[in-house]
Design a protein around this ligand. Sequence first.
Ligand code: PSU
Ligand code: MN
Length: 305
Amino acid sequence: MLYRISKEVEEALKNNKPVVALESTIISHGMPYPKNVETALNVERIIRENGCVPATIGIIEGIPVIGMSNDEIELFGKTKGILKVSRRDLPVVMAKKLWGATTVATTMICASLAGIEVFVTGGIGGVHKGAQETFDISADLQELANTNVTVVCAGAKAILDLPLTLEYLETLGVPVLGYKSENLGAFYSKDSGLKLDYKMDSCKEIAQTIFYKRALGLKGGLLISNPIPDKYSLPNDKINKFIDEALLDAKSQGIKGKDITPFLLKHIADHTKGESLDANIQLVYNNAIIGSQIAKEYASLVDKK
Ligand code: PSU
Ligand code: MN
């Protein structure tokens, strides 16, 4: 077997019970310990309370694990040096029997291997600022073009070039749907000011869109932008000041490639003290609720088929 799947997730998939996939880079590289573990376990609890089975995904001794145990999540949260594994790293990490935290791209690959349609995260990778020169475009975007998984996020952080990220997704044919919102979410802030083509009024409507994409055999994912709730949303200009500083720091320290996103995330978390981390945690919880509803609606559509 290429991967290990937990009994609970396997049973749920067999019986068409809704399952929600979760990534592990957000645990190992996206938040500090112990808040990362606390958040990951709360997200699993929220998904269960909303009638779905959570499947946190990570690579343990070279084996992709779909449905990590609480102890494994704890280990991912506190062990230093777990690699950040995107599409190109996955076969190497398996061959070398290493531990790896899965990015959005790799979590999509593993979810699709197991047959999980809905995946909840915080923010996706995208086109980086200055990509015209650096060519730094996250592999997450290509994955959305190619792999059949729906990703629920709160938009993307302004560490990225958000208008270019939307252009790129359009080129790749990825539907970007705003849940009860006309505009793309900006992660910590509820509104990026960038208009999306489609506002969805219900999770049922989103599930139907997934259903038709699959029924038509249109390859690739869908991106759901579920903006952070009003009461946790930070003002754009306030957070952008920290983002600009983080970008300058990364440049002066020569940070590049796969290290840039974790560097920027850590810089922002350190400099905004608890505030940005709290917003980050709340938006993931909110995505877990909406992602669960989408997964349930989708499972009931597939049942009726
Ligand atoms: N953006 C966030 N938080 C994250 C990430 C992105 O706001 O934790 C992580 C995700 O795992 C995403 C990855 O898939 O960073 C993208 O990295 P890169 O830009 O190197 O492709
Ligand atoms: Mn990159």
